[in-house]
Design a protein around this ligand. Structure first.
Ligand code: CAA
Length: 396
């Protein structure tokens, strides 16, 4: 097939984690005097994940990686993608390295470019493994999406982490070398160092996302000759599920005029199966595109073997990439579907008051010792701070 070569490197395992608390958006709509249909239909979200005070990007990423523990001793590189950084100097990946007991003969680094950085991490991982097939790379993407209370962006908040083990023995997905890329200096969404919440120009951000999609598609198409019809499924960076619907519409619109018209159900068939997790977690920023991939692998009604997937990664500011991959035979035996079901189904709903109380808690900055109250988390928790150090603990 056009633009496709078989490279024996790719994703061996993928696992998703989201906090144990959530807020049904019906409750938020009532509290904000909004029509719930605006959230449910207009934005396409039903529930948002809420991280308790003792959960952060480190604990979420470490929890996501647990299903890969048999391979930890082969990990030579940890790439931690986030835009919810907890330290200006030390990589969040090193806290995870410690919590998981990863080997000392290892490189560890944190990457930042809004929601895009996990895609660069994946690309670096693929190249590292291609150069050294004995190495395994742990790609982590973990974020907490925070906007101001009562703002239009509030119902698109969320939290979660993805862990991907990239190796020369891929079991799930391999990737094609071609990629359409785009970058431009823009201010659609950003978070100055002194703020806990992102600043966003909502309408500008959706326009720029679609513009970057068009640019990356054109570049990808120039290199590969591929058309949308060459893909069985499309995964998009998904800040809210209706953004993926808008993205798919644009891709259809910019196909050459002679392209056969896709059937009316094509969104339902090609995109919807990847959106079910996002609809009930909210935006997970850097993890979002790969949360969609995990969801597609778990939830697609048909066997995905040899199915070809397109991927669109977008990071505000802005950088974007359009690329493609293929699902491998036997992939179903290597999924974490049961863990994903458990983490999504066993969540504790919060009231709006409880969510706001959690939202307004800030990590103390004065350097004294603080022990945080214990909430429900995964295997790890952010237990407190002491002398400006973050203290993590493993739950018994
Ligand atoms: N019933 C059904 N639909 C309704 C409705 C109702 N009662 N009321 C409104 N709607 C529809 C609107 O028609 C609109 O649909 P379209 O977009 O298809 O026109 C939709 O609901 C949203 O309504 P508004 O445009 O009025 O919403 P808003 O301006 O209040 O907020 C938003 C929308 C700008 C996306 C805001 O949620 C936001 O700022 N979100 C954060 C930014 C974001 O996610 N941007 C995405 C691109 S940037 C990116 O991808 C990076 C990232 O992760 C942040």
């Amino acid at each position: 097939m056009k633009g496709r070569i078989t490279v024996p490197v790719g994703i061996e395992r993928i696992s998703f984690y989201t906090p144990r608390y959530m807020l049904p958006l019906r409750e938020l709509a009532t509290a904000r005097g909004a029509d719930y249909d605006k959230y449910r239909i207009g934005i396409g979200q039903e529930i948002m994940a809420v991280a308790p005070p003792d959960e952060d990007v480190v604990t979420m990423a470490a929890s996501a990686a647990i299903p890969m523990q048999e391979d930890f001793q082969a990990v030579e590189l940890v790439l931690f993608a986030t835009e919810s950084s907890i330290d200006q100097s030390k990589s969040a990946g090193l806290f995870v390295h410690g919590l998981l007991g990863l080997p000392q003969r290892c490189r560890v680094v944190e990457l930042k470019q809004a929601c895009y950085s996990a895609t660069l991490a994946l690309r670096i991982a693929l190249q590292t493994v291609a150069a050294n097939p004995k190495a395994k790379v742990l790609v982590l993407a973990s974020d907490i999406a925070r906007y101001e209370l009562g703002s239009p962006a509030e119902p698109t908040q969320g939290a979660g982490a993805i862990a991907m083990l990239v190796s020369a023995t891929p079991r799930l997905v391999t990737f094609d070398p071609a990629a359409g890329i785009h970058a431009e200096d823009a201010m659609d969404f950003w978070r100055p160092n002194y703020r806990e919440e992102a600043v966003v120009e909502g309408k500008t951000s959706t326009r720029l996302y679609l513009h970057a999609l068009q640019k990356t598609w054109e570049h990808f198409h120039e290199q590969t000759g591929c058309l949308l019809a060459d893909f069985d499924y499309c995964c998009f960076h998904t800040p809210f599920t209706n953004m993926a619907a808008k993205a798919y519409q644009i891709l259809q619109k910019i196909q050459p005029p002679e392209t056969p018209k896709p059937d009316e159900n094509s969104f339902a068939q090609r995109v919807e199966p990847s959106l079910q997790y996002n609809r009930i977690t909210g935006n997970t920023y850097s993890a979002s595109l790969y949360e969609c991939l995990a969801c597609l692998l778990d939830q697609a009604p048909n066997d995905l073997t040899d199915r070809r997937i397109s991927f669109f990664s977008y990071g505000s500011g802005c950088t974007a990439e359009f690329f493609s991959g293929t699902i491998l035979p036997g992939y179903k035996q290597h999924l974490c579907t049961d863990q994903h079901r458990e983490v999504l189904e066993e969540r504790t709903p919060l009231t709006v008051r409880q969510y706001e109380d959690v939202f307004n808690l800030a990590v103390p900055h004065d350097g004294w010792d603080y022990t945080f109250g214990q909430y429900r988390t995964g295997p790890f928790r952010f237990a407190g701070v002491s002398g400006h150090k973050r203290i993590y603990a493993r739950n018994e």
